[in-house]
Design a protein around this ligand. Sequence first.
Ligand SMILES: O=C(O)CCC(=O)C(=O)O
Ligand SMILES: [Fe+2]
Length: 274
Amino acid sequence: MSIDFESRKEEITKELLAAAETAGFFSLVDHGITVEEINNQFALSKAFFDLPQEVKARIPHSLETNNGWEYKSQIRPSTGVPDQKESFWLQRDSEWPSDEDVLGFSAATKSFISKCEVISKQVLACLSIALGFPEDHLNEAMDVNAPDNLTQMRMIHYMASENAVGTWRAGNHTDVGCLTLLFQRDGEDGLEVCPGRETHTDSSIGDKFSPIPAKTGPIVVNIGDMLMAWSDDRLKANFHRVRAKCEGKSPDRYTIAYFNTGRRNVVMQGPLKK
Ligand SMILES: O=C(O)CCC(=O)C(=O)O
Ligand SMILES: [Fe+2]
């Protein structure tokens, strides 16, 4: 996406809007982060999750900041049972593992986050234009340098499992923020989406979900609840989930999500000024 972005902005805006108004999900390629950089970031994530529990627990998940490490603690209202995963939430100024914990983690991850910021800014500029806002509108409302910014990176590890019937790696949900960037790895499938928000129930239980194969390289992007509200419901925050195989073995799955979220003190109001 970063390649020729300025000259292709109009065309990209049309494509992003068409996807955001329907599936609420799209995939970015040629976005400016190489497969090598993505693989390196996943290696650092794995090195962190491989640490002993007591080391990871030195940076515990905080309900106040939503940063830190959690283990099988997230219960989705749609399932009522904990997601079968561990995850580590980070912000630029949150607590970070030291180089003794994972050599190079902090420097490389901060640089990876900066790259996610650049890509997010490009997508948010397009969506601002598409919605009839000034080009910088959504980016100012999500300025990561503002003290009230809530944007976070989340590294996730779904543990390998066997015959996972009755459990969820991540139960049905929509994302609460604005725009999520998701990195996956070849061979670690499991993400399923339910396009259209044409759901029969509040949590889309019983609806038809479609699998999105995991690929190293493309970034899967989806709209969250905040941006749905901000667009007067034009852009769709759709339900999605992560599933392990009901029968047989599912390998470990590692993902990295970058959640762009509106600042705490910004008023979200759509073009219709509802
Ligand atoms: O890990 C994934 O594939 C999806 C994660 C997700 O949907 C979330 O954390 O909101
Ligand atoms: Fe999600």
